[in-house]
Design a protein around this ligand. Structure first.
Ligand code: ATP
Length: 237
């Protein structure tokens, strides 16, 4: 489904991703584990069209995404839930969700919008209670739910999650990860970048370890959890 090969990307003269390759198959939940600054966000931004790669290819369902705009990438079925959530604080929860649905609302309303909204609000009942509330007044966990909901409103085939646990209390992290598992159980393909390696490795079926912009290890998550190098570097054994 997603086939990334030899990806090079960075900022101006600074190269961050160095020949990075990975795949996600339909229905898979794959995690990307790595330390602060390893390049996870840079990869997520490259995959979603926010950062133009310098080299390599990003094939999704047989099409090349590497040179498409962020808008065109969303249209192809890849949605990013960005690090730090980035909800639109002054807008209501409902308006934030409508922003996610832009490609269905235009040029005609009602193209499944009600059904999509209901799906998101069933997944996150707390958002239903707060539909008219400004997003900026939500708790961190609720903002994360809204960011995921907004991405789901684009009807993605592949969901990219960048550090969904960041800054959240342990109980809220558990709740968010339960939702990620539920979405995956319904068939959604997911690529999950996390510094919280423990949660990521419990949630995904396969994982990659990224260091200094390169994939340094990959295996099914059960094997990664048993790997002494992974345990020492990322699981605090
Ligand atoms: P984190 O969990 O801290 O976000 P990460 O694995 O997501 O880590 P990236 O955010 O991709 O890492 O950052 C990788 C490297 O790229 C870091 O050294 C960072 O300083 C650098 N970097 C990130 N954004 C920019 C930018 N806009 N300009 C220059 N360098 C950047």
């Amino acid at each position: 489904m997603l086939d990334v090969t030899g990806l090079d990307a960075g900022y101006g003269e600074i190269q961050i991703l160095r020949g990075l390759s990975l795949t996600v198959e339909p229905g898979e939940c794959v995690c990307l584990v790595g330390a602060n600054g390893a390049g996870k966000t840079t990869l997520m931004r490259s995959l979603s069209g926010l950062l133009r790669p310098v080299g390599g290819s990003i094939r999704f369902d047989g099409q090349e995404l590497a040179r498409l705009s962020a808008h065109d990438v969303v249209t192809r079925g890849v949605a990013l839930v960005p690090e730090g959530r980035r909800v639109f604080g002054p807008l209501t929860v409902r308006d934030n969700l409508e922003m996610g649905a832009f490609r269905h609302l235009w040029p005609r309303r009602n193209d499944g919008f009600g059904r999509d909204l209901d799906f998101v609000l069933t997944l996150f009942p707390r958002l239903r209670e707060r539909l008219q509330q400004p997003a900026g007044t939500l708790s961190g966990g609720e903002q994360q739910m809204l960011a995921i909901g907004r991405a789901l409103m684009t009807r993605p085939k592949l969901l990219l999650l960048d550090e969904p646990s960041m800054g959240l209390a342990p109980l809220v992290v558990k709740e968010i990860f339960a939702t990620i598992r539920a979405l995956n159980a319904e068939g959604m393909a997911i690529l999950l970048a996390e510094q919280n390696a423990r949660m990521a490795l419990r949630t995904a079926s396969r994982g990659y370890v990224i260091a200094e912009g390169r994939i340094v290890n990959s295996a099914d998550t059960a094997a990664l959890q048993r790997d002494p190098a992974v345990q020492e570097a990322y699981l605090g054994f």
